[in-house]
Design a protein around this ligand. Structure first.
Ligand code: ATP
Ligand code: MG
Ligand code: MG
Length: 428
């Protein structure tokens, strides 16, 4: 991918945007970009530098993402809405082409890494509530105030606040090369600036070398202190607006990552803000149990989509005929009675029972959590509560005594597999 049209290769100490930003270390990457921790010499803060691939379709996607991020930042000057803030954007010219760059506030590890570090055991419900509140504040802002559908909500795209405060970091001295902005010139090319660029790079590299050991462990460090989350005020933010859209400007029919995909997307029955609410419920379940809510698989006789619909109905009850046959793809999966064509005899296992039987929740915890989640998983999108309504739900303000709760989630492996093997498969 590091070729013409692809990623831009970055070395530690590389300057960006006229020397304002100095690359420190790689934070992550996606299909479209690599993301680097960078030092902002103007504000003396760390930032996340998202460097897009250069080919035309990626540039176009970046401009779309920048437009969305700008609208988000504009409406939230106090930066309190649990959505990542765009600091700056610019174009960077490199050997592989022109790369759009987004400068974002620097955040910590994703919820996915948190779940992994927690060894897939599920977080304490009190922590789940705190994280849910943040996500809902973000969604309410996006949906109601900005008219934006995120459309790819998943644990990977929700980042915790970094516990590293650059201003207080005792290891900071010597780490951050304070670079003056060279007069009248960009460093992004042109032979006259080459000397300055080289000089800046040398200085940055020296500074980085001083603390390289420390730097390498920065991510793990952040997570270590968040692993147990004991006594930590858990806060997080929604990121990655590459797939975001507005209800009347939809680009794609198939949106969302598989496991977090709403039924109306599979059926192609049209969608709106409520697709994010479905994904939100899937995330809340995953945080509390350590398992994804739905992990559909294709098997002989049926497709991944059909398995997905079956898993939904096994957990949430049967879809009404009207909804089942109401989408452009419905005929692929349902007969005219609204029954799945190739998966018969579903084994109903309601959410509250699942939480008790498989995850060893107490009866009360299970009932309360299921009462919070089930309305969000309504097959009728318009019946799902909005983020604003959801923020009023009493479950968010309950407090579970943590003594009863720790270590009460056992792991029964492969139960989903067991469930699907009970199905009668009707081959074609
Ligand atoms: P995708 O393939 O998911 O669309 P992408 O190329 O659009 O990926 P992002 O998802 O925005 O890129 O970012 C990739 C990774 O970089 C994230 O999963 C995260 O680990 C890291 N990252 C992104 N933004 C930040 C940030 N503001 N602070 C810290 N790390 C970040
Ligand atoms: Mg992403
Ligand atoms: Mg993206």
């Amino acid at each position: 991918s590091y070729r013409k049209g692809g990623y831009h290769a970055v070395r530690v100490g590389d300057p960006f945007n006229g020397g304002r930003y100095i690359a420190q270390r790689k934070l992550g990457w996606g299909q479209f970009s690599t993301v680097w921790l960078a030092y902002d010499t103007r504000t003396s803060k760390y930032v996340a530098l998202k460097i897009q691939k250069s080919a035309q379709q990626f540039a176009q996607a970046a401009l779309h993402e920048i437009e969305i991020l700008s609208a988000i930042a504009e409406g939230d000057p106090s930066n309190s809405k649990c959505v990542v803030q765009l600091v700056d954007h610019f174009k960077h010219i490199g050997p592989n082409g022109q790369h759009w760059c987004m400068v974002l506030e620097f955040l910590g590890d994703s919820l996915l890494r948190l779940i992994r570090f927690n060894r897939y055991k599920g977080l304490q419900l009190n922590k789940v509530r705190e994280i849910c509140k943040c996500i809902l504040i973000g969604l309410d802002y996006l949906h109601r105030e900005r008219g934006i559908i995120h459309s790819d909500l998943k644990p990977e795209n929700i980042l915790l606040f970094s516990t590293i405060d650059p201003a207080k970091d005792p290891f900071r001295s010597g780490l951050t090369p304070i670079l003056e902005r060279p007069e009248g010139g960009s460093l992004n090319g042109g032979s006259t600036t080459n000397m300055i660029e080289k000089k800046l790079k040398r200085r940055a590299k020296r500074a980085v070398a001083n603390i390289s050991g420390r730097r390498a462990s920065l991510g793990g460090e952040a997570l270590k202190s968040q692993r147990s989350l004991d006594g930590v005020d858990v806060r997080c933010k929604v990121v990655d607006f590459g797939n975001a859209c507005r209800p009347h400007k939809q680009f794609a029919e198939e949106i969302q990552t598989r496991q977090y995909r709403a039924p109306e997307i599979i059926l192609q029955a049209g969608y709106s803000f409520s697709v994010d609410m479905w994904s939100f419920a899937c995330i809340a379940f995953e945080l509390a149990t350590g398992d994804m809510m739905f992990t559909p698989k294709a098997a002989q006789g049926y497709s991944e989509d059909e398995d997905h619909l079956a898993l939904m109905m096994e957990l949430l009850g049967k879809m009404s005929r009207k909804i089942a046959i109401g989408g452009a793809q419905s005929k692929d999966y349902f007969d005219r009675h609204g029954d799945l064509k190739r998966i018969r005899r579903l084994k109903h296992w309601p959410l509250d029972r699942l939480l008790v039987d498989k995850y060893k929740f107490s009866e009360a915890d299970a009932r309360e959590f299921a009462e919070f989640l089930c309305p969000l998983l309504d097959f009728a999108p318009e019946k799902r509560p909005t983020a604003q309504q959801c923020l009023q739900h009493p479950w968010l303000n309950l407090r579970t005594s943590t003594k009863n709760e720790t270590e009460n989630h056992s792991n029964v492996e492969n139960l989903n597999v067991g469930m699907s093997s009970l199905r009668i498969k009707v081959g074609k």
